[in-house]
Write a protein that binds this ligand. Structure first.
Ligand code: FAD
Length: 451
């Protein structure tokens, strides 16, 4: 039975959102059990954020270690939730915890949906990001990019991928393909510093000249637009490759063009114009098409949640309660909701990118986790005591289930062994810190360390 108002909470997913939920509820004295697909904690803070951002990553890691060092926090890495995985959603719900928070991020990929998207040389951004961050399953797979890579998108993920292509893969050319114009770019100007030394400035000027009439038609001055874009190319990181980076604006890919070996040879692109929409603009296809030659295409257009997990799902998102509760933060926004019964899924909450896919930076995910913890706190404060198990009973049941499934959970002690071993490999062929790229290597190492 739960005692003295202290409850057992399962947090599924140890990214920035889940870790924030866990910190807040652990500080409130509750027992926290963290279940995480990856062996390591951190989510995209470990496997998404560009690996050379050592200060940001190190700061987050330190906070997460502080959490795991608490006696009321119990970590189980290498435990996936979903149908056919280590545990199903129902398994987790019936372990006897008082509440379960799903902060499992947005692991699905948006369908690319253009003809030819299964060709060799077409990639989803997340896979590429996982590759250069050495997520097991991706780190040791070849990602053949060829010489000229088209990256579809105009956000920070496009820039991170360009960063890798320019400074590490050192391909010949990178072109960002942007549906709207330069004024509608979405990336943070600070991020472009990693690649701006490689900008093809004459090429960018002629690209803006190519679309000048379409910019002017919505009241944008092409000279000002070009200046706004290129003025951000300051404080550039020193050039270390001959890669040329450029943009194709007002362009929507319609078809992947392939050679006889089903390998990308280019894109069929549709020219767009801009239409005003309130304060903003929308891209409208002009039904004028042209061929754009390239060797690889990377779609950096956002993610969706993984619909196979087994949580109520609709249109790329897990379903939350549509009925407002009037609280601030609104509890409904964090409550899982089953549309088939018209009811809230009792005791099940969502946080971070699992609640709003691809929404913002680490700070936003952390704030979402903090809010979710407040909502869970309110739920627990009115929950009848005695209906659920104590932490030992929940942990015993979890341990027995994982053993029966032949799973290999990794606890905080195992992670410590792993971390000290990885530190010993500093300087090997990785961007940033050394990481083992397979679960097998990591588990063998942990088992050897324990022996
Ligand atoms: C390419 C890229 C670069 C970024 N760069 C930056 C940056 O420089 N600075 C910044 O502030 N933000 C950056 N972000 C944003 C930041 O990474 C996210 O805001 C944040 O990680 C989202 O946190 P989350 O906890 O919701 O999800 P995630 O970080 O995705 O964490 C999800 C966790 O759930 C686990 N999980 C997944 N599926 C399951 C399952 N089925 N069962 C159990 N566990 C599961 C995963 O192992 C993971 O630990 C970047 C994002 C991307 C994609």
């Amino acid at each position: 039975m739960s005692i003295e108002g202290k409850h057992v909470i399962i947090v599924a997913g140890a990214g920035p959102a889940g870790m924030a939920v866990a910190v807040a509820l652990a500080k409130a004295g509750h027992e926290i059990i963290i279940l995480n697909r990856d062996i390591k904690f951190g989510g995209l803070a470990e496997y998404g954020i560009f690996p050379s951002k050592l200060k940001l990553r190190g700061g987050l890691k330190k906070q997460y270690w502080e959490l795991l060092d608490r006696p009321n926090v119990h970590y189980f890495g290498n435990v996936s939730i979903g149908n056919g995985k280590d545990l199903t959603v129902e398994d987790v719900r019936t372990l006897g915890a008082d509440a379960v928070v799903f902060s499992i991020g947005a692991q699905g990929t948006k369908a690319i949906g253009v003809e030819g998207d299964s060709a060799k040389g077409v990639f989803h951004a997340k896979d590429v990001v996982y590759h250069f961050n050495r997520l097991p399953g991706f780190g040791d797979r070849p990602f053949d990019m060829g010489r000229h890579v088209a990256v579809i998108g105009a956000g920070d993920v496009m820039v991170d991928i360009a960063h890798w292509l320019v400074r590490y893969k050192k391909v010949e050319r990178v072109t960002a393909i942007v549906r709207r114009g330069p004024a509608e770019r979405k990336y943070n100007p600070k991020e472009i510093r990693s690649v701006c030394a490689n900008m093809d400035l004459p090429g960018i000027a002629s690209e803006v000249a190519r679309i000048k009439d379409r910019l002017a038609a919505v009241g944008q001055n092409p000279d000002d637009v070009l200046k706004g874009l290129t003025d951000e190319f300051t404080k550039c990181e020193p050039k270390i490759s001959e890669t040329q980076m450029g943009f194709k604006f007002l362009a929507s890919p319609k078809r992947i063009l392939v050679d006889g070996n089903n390998r990308v040879r280019g894109l069929e692109m549709e020219d767009n114009k801009l239409d005003p929409k309130g304060e903003d603009t929308v891209a409208v296809g002009l039904k004028q098409y042209y061929e754009f030659p390239c060797d690889a295409v990377i779609f950096a257009v956002g993610d969706k949640v993984d619909e196979t997990v087994g949580l109520p799902y609709k249109s790329g998102m897990f379903v939350t309660n549509p009925n407002k509760t009037g609280n601030d933060p609104d509890d409904a926004l964090f409550q899982a909701f089953d549309e088939s019964t018209g009811k809230v899924v009792d005791g099940v909450f969502l946080a971070g990118w699992a609640r709003k896919a691809s929404e913002g930076l680490v700070g936003i995910a952390k704030r979402d986790g903090d809010w979710c913890a407040e909502v869970v706190g309110r739920y627990l404060s009115v929950k009848t005591q005695g209906s659920h198990s104590d932490v030992k009973t929940v942990l015993d049941k979890l341990g027995a289930t994982l053993k029966a499934r032949k799973s290999h959970p990794v606890n905080a002690e195992g992670l410590r062994l792993l971390e000290s071993s990885e530190k010993g490999h500093w300087g090997e062929d990785c961007i940033g810190e050394f990481k083992f790229a397979s679960n097998r290597e990591m588990i063998e190492l942990i088992e050897r360390g324990r022996a």
